[in-house]
Design a protein around this ligand. Structure first.
Ligand code: SF4
Length: 417
């Protein structure tokens, strides 16, 4: 494939974050090693936690649809390109052999019609597996309205699939992506979730059907829905379709249109949504507890601190006796810390000093716990609010250290809150 087409097809894929990270551009400096590129290679995480590099590319950016926010929409005046399945396969194999990548994230604009596009995605993945004998990771994008049989073929070949839900309500979808409907995005997710669980039951856990599951992406801030509504949708998708991950993409006005905001949403909102998402998946919170349907998450502190400050009647909790569910609700005690506390207290009474060794962020947790009956925090609620906001501000302006205690700035990545 020539360099010009490669550039168009990799750069056109950069706005999709449902496979994880991308979008950073930085040239190598003298004496340095490596460039960051806006398109081309991105990273994803395997179920055992390894970070892998993926070639992130579109089969084509020629689209028959007109999603208003998308630079590849039919009406846009941008350079267009397409690749054949064999060209993608050869690229993957060449990059893999050179050790540039460990897998492929393959997406596409909707060319000609949904079945034509989905079939080309499936054929590419099947060729890679059967003809090129590629055994690495493949993430395929699902095309709305494609034939269910094509989805089944895709899921038997790919490791992961994603249908992007795009916008948080059917109303916004109708307004900003008029050719897509909520059903055209949710029904395929439902089909894949059902087939995956039927396959697991039939094969008693052996064999593979979409082993890395499904993810989705939602654009935040292009439409008026509040965080509370967004979190309710994510919660419903986690419950109904066993999604591995919902990715939140803060809106950036790449396209100017009277129905779209002309300012960026900002990364803080996206960061808070990721923190709230962790609370739903790993801390036993419901979306309803975290934010009212029409409410946005507070900016001053993370959603766990916000919940604790609103529910002070449950605190302080005694570290030596509190059930796991309550330890997980203490600001500054992450999942790792909670499990360490549960394990350690079987062997003796824990002291306040012991907690620092258990990855507990004491400057936050001390206002919500007792240790052996002793309270080390402040009883002045407005002082606690100010301290938490100050601590959040300080830690988010520090650079992350690989070896420091986990802090607020890392929490959206690690889930420790
Ligand atoms: S379907 Fe919509 S979001 Fe996807 S490439 Fe076409 S216009 Fe863009």
């Amino acid at each position: 494939m020539d360099a010009e087409r490669l550039k168009i097809l990799t750069e056109s894929a950069k706005y999709d974050v449902s496979c994880s990270s991308s979008g950073s551009a930085r040239a190598n400096k003298k004496g340095g090693l490596g460039n960051a590129s806006v398109g081309g290679i991105c990273h994803s995480f395997t179920p055992d936690g390894r970070c892998i590099s993926l070639l992130k590319i579109l089969l084509t950016n020629k689209c028959i649809y007109n999603c208003l926010y998308c630079p590849n929409r039919a009406e846009a005046d941008v350079p267009r390109a397409e690749a054949t399945p064999d060209e993608i396969c050869e690229l993957v194999m060449a990059f893999y052999r050179r050790n540039y990548i460990e897998g492929l994230f393959l997406s596409s604009a909707v060319a000609k019609n949904p079945d034509y596009t989905m079939e080309r995605l499936v054929v590419t993945a099947e060729k890679l597996r059967k003809e090129y004998r590629f055994n690495g990771y493949i993430h395929l994008k699902g095309i709305p309205y494609a034939d269910p049989l094509l989805l089944t073929r895709a899921a038997k070949t790919a490791d992961r699939m994603s249908y992007n839900v795009e916008l948080p309500s059917a109303k916004s979808l109708k307004l900003l992506a008029p050719q897509k409907t909520r059903e055209s995005l949710l029904l395929p997710m439902k089909q894949l979730a059902q087939q995956k669980s039927e396959y697991a039951a039939e094969h008693k856990g052996k064999g593979k059907f979409l082993p890395a599951g499904q993810t989705t992406q939602m654009i935040v801030g292009a439409s008026p829905e509040a965080d509370g509504q967004i979190l309710r949708l994510s919660q419903a998708m986690y419950r109904k379709f066993s999604l591995k991950r919902v990715y939140y993409s803060s809106y950036v006005p790449v396209v100017r249109h009277s129905l779209l905001p002309d300012t960026c949403t900002g990364l803080l909102r996206e960061h808070r949504l990721y923190q709230a998402d962790w609370l739903i998946r790993f801390y036993g919170f419901t979306a309803e507890e975290i934010a009212g349907e029409g409410e946005n998450l507070p900016q001053e502190y993370d959603p766990k601190c916000a919940w604790a400050l609103k529910n002070l009647q449950f605190f302080p909790v005694e570290i030596n006796t509190a059930p796991l569910e309550m330890l997980l609700r203490v600001p500054g005690i992450g999942t790792l810390g909670a499990y360490k506390i549960m394990k350690a207290r079987k062997f003796g009474t824990l002291r306040f000093e012991d907690l620092a060794r258990m990855r507990v962020v004491l400057k936050r947790a001390k206002h919500f716990i007792t240790c052996g009956g002793k309270f080390y925090g402040s009883e002045n609620v407005s002082a606690v609010r100010n301290l938490l906001a100050l601590e959040e501000h300080d830690s988010s302006s520090e650079q992350l250290s690989m070896f420091s205690t986990l802090d607020t700035s890392a929490s959206a990545l690690t889930g420790q809150l």
